[in-house]
Design a protein around this ligand. Structure first.
Ligand code: PMP
Length: 427
């Protein structure tokens, strides 16, 4: 039998260490919320491949749609000979995107590419250069997306020079002492000191910071950004890559704020694990870029588009948007009980739909992040048959991103296992 250890050694010999892996656990099979490794051990997956498999691993409807498309044709390039599945998907996404302004879409393959294309489109539509992003934000690992990302280690360290005309402002984060009013004040200073608003093409923000630690941008904040953008002719880009497709208990998280983005990114949960991403935005803005200026060889792969259409159908038929809130509340109840028991270690339980986080500190003090405990919990997780992910500006957050389709007994089992694991880790 091939072991995890053998595969980890083979991996280390041939895959660059930069592409690290959280767990030396090699997958043989996965079904809905469960994963089995090459040694036959079973895990409950609370990471869904970083918020991708919202509809679970290998949902039969998604597998059937992708297989059917693969048998018909796998690739012609949407920029050479397009096909109906891409049009149908764009019709659906432009309808689902929040707000009433007519929309258009462009397909790419990864989240970082969607972010880069938002900036290209925004610059092309406004003729301006500047882009404002936030501390703790994550927008990807390509050069421009990395430049927008608001955290150095491990994303930016040693990878400069960075693209110009990107400005970072502290993200409003009450748990860490930054209010919405202060962030708006920092923006005013930025406009005085570094770049005039008339030179700013766009502001990019995640409605809930994902890699940054599951801190939500309040409706008040997003509405203030919307007003600021309208006042100065800047575009508002919402990065919904981690928050999209039902994850937050809304189809898209912006619905909580009633804010219409000029441009939004979509990826991850869009196609049940197939690589697909999109920019969806106001039609007039989207059309600013000239023909041939956007796209790529694989963007809008027919197999991925077919899978995405099946994902959207599953979300609707299985009512996964409301189920996300139900799943999240189950987590929230158990985690709040744990917080009552360990108030000096658990600073906050945060939950927006099925985007759930536990922030760990020392002595109940927000200024003393407990990244060591998070690392201990993550490294013990396989022993308890769990796949868990960390995140956070300070590396001190455990995030839970279960499949929205997770079966109730498996969800209960996962919560029980996590409680036992937590008690063991803090001993
Ligand atoms: N934006 C956000 C909000 C993300 O969470 C991620 C991925 N974690 C990205 C962008 C980058 O996506 P990708 O890894 O597909 O390039």
């Amino acid at each position: 039998m091939t072991t995890n250890n053998q595969l980890q050694q083979r991996k280390q010999a041939v895959i660059a260490r930069g592409q690290g892996n959280v767990y030396p656990v090699y997958v043989a099979k996965a079904k809905n919320a469960e994963v089995w490794d090459v040694e036959g051990k079973r895990y409950i997956d609370l990471g869904t491949g970083i918020a991708v498999c919202n509809t679970g691993h290998s949902h039969p409807a998604v597998v059937a749609a992708a297989t059917k498309q693969l048998q018909e044709f796998s690739h012609t390039c949407v920029m050479v000979n397009p096909y109906e599945v891409a049009i149908e998907l764009a019709e659906k996404l432009t309808t689902l995107a929040p707000g009433n302004t007519p929309k258009k879409a462009v397909f790419v393959s990864t989240g970082a590419e969607a972010v880069e294309n938002c900036v290209k489109i925004a610059r092309s539509a406004t003729g301006r250069r500047g882009v404002i992003a936030f501390t703790g934000g994550f927008h990807g690992r390509t050069n421009l997306a990395m430049g927008l990302t608001g955290k150095n280690a491990p994303y930016k360290s040693g990878f400069g020079p960075f693209p110009g005309d990107i400005y970072h402002v502290p993200f409003p984060n009450e748990a860490h002492g930054v209010t919405v009013a202060e962030t708006l004040g920092f923006l005013k200073h930025l406009f005085k000191a570094s770049i005039e608003p008339s030179d700013v093409a766009a502001i990019i923000v995640e409605p809930v910071q994902g890699e940054g630690g599951f801190y939500m941008a309040s409706p008040e904040f997003l509405q203030a950004l919307r007003a600021l953008c309208d006042e100065h002719g800047m575009l508002l880009i919402l990065d919904e890559i981690q928050t999209g497709f039902g994850r937050t208990g809304r189809m898209f998280c912006a619905e909580y704020s009633d804010v219409e983005a000029d441009l939004m990114t979509m990826a991850k949960g869009i196609a049940g694990g197939l690589p697909l991403a999109a920019v969806v935005g106001k039609a007039e803005i989207m059309d600013a870029a000239h023909p041939g200026g956007l796209g790529g060889t694989y963007g809008g792969s027919p197999v991925a588009c077919a899978a995405a259409l099946a994902v959207l159908q599953v979300i609707e038929e299985e009512q996964l948007v409301s189920r996300a809130s139900w799943v999240g509340e189950k987590f929230s109840t158990v985690l709040h009980e744990l917080q009552q028991e360990f108030p000096s270690l658990i600073l906050e339980v945060r939950q927006v739909g099925a985007m759930i986080a536990l922030e760990l500190v020392v002595d109940g003090d927000a200024a003393q992040p407990n990244a060591a405990l998070v690392q201990r919990i993550i490294s013990l997780a396989p022993e308890y048959g769990l796949i868990l992910l960390a995140c956070g500006y300070y590396g001190n957050v455990i995030r839970f991103l279960p499949a929205l389709t997770i079966e109730e007994p498996i969800l209960d089992e996962a919560l029980e296992r996590f409680e036992t694991l937590f008690r063991h880790a803090v001993e």
